[in-house]
Write a protein that binds this ligand. Structure first.
Ligand code: HEC
Length: 159
């Protein structure tokens, strides 16, 4: 059965509208997903999670406080000595949302731990530079996995 020109036009507009609607709602789902992850990661030190904080979130908070003390120590011209073994748990600690740890997480975590080890093997002349590399390692993982705390992280740098 051949379609008349009019029917073809009706069919065509129907298909275009359907396509637009589907495409649009898909995109909306995508943005709200993205927004959700960013928002979850937005809270920095305040506990807002009604289900309690994840192991990874608690570890991160310890990392933040420990880094703040390191900053004070290094600004006074001291070199840190004892490597914080508990931060090795970054690989196994469970995140709030199981999707948070994307494939690149482990590489970013290793990069952070390596810079932290370097910092603990520093001399007075390179301690500040090695400290800032640790902060860059925090920031590069956060850019990809959890941009919320970046503002707090960038403040940790020693200029
Ligand atoms: C390998 C990736 C990675 C590295 C490196 C990393 N973070 Fe995180 N950080 C995360 C992820 C993922 C979360 C979200 C954890 C969750 O919600 O379970 C997070 C959460 C946080 C939070 C929010 C914790 C809360 O209260 O919910 C702070 C603050 C934070 N990180 C600071 C830091 C600092 C400071 C460093 C470096 C000393 C650092 N992070 C290094 C991935 C990383």
């Amino acid at each position: 059965m051949a379609l008349s020109l009019k029917n073809k036009l009706v069919l065509f507009s129907f298909l275009s509208v359907t396509f637009l609607l589907v495409n649009c709602s898909e995109r909306q789902a995508e943005t709200s997903d993205k927004k959700r992850t960013t928002e979850e990661c937005k809270k920095d030190t305040a506990s807002l999670n009604p289900n309690g904080d994840s192991e990874l979130a608690l570890l991160m908070r310890n990392m933040l406080h420990s880094t703040e003390s390191l900053k004070e120590m290094i600004k006074k011209g001291n070199v840190p000595d004892k490597f914080p073994e508990e931060f090795l748990k970054i690989h196994t600690a469970n995140p709030t949302d199981s999707d948070t740890k994307k494939a690149s997480f482990e590489a970013f975590a290793d990069n952070y731990l390596t810079s932290l080890k370097n910092l603990h093997n520093s001399q007075k002349n390179n301690v500040q530079e090695n400290y800032n590399s640790v902060i860059n390692a925090c920031a590069s993982c956060h850019q990809e996995h959890c941009p919320g705390p970046l503002r707090v992280i960038n403040k940790l740098k020693i200029n």
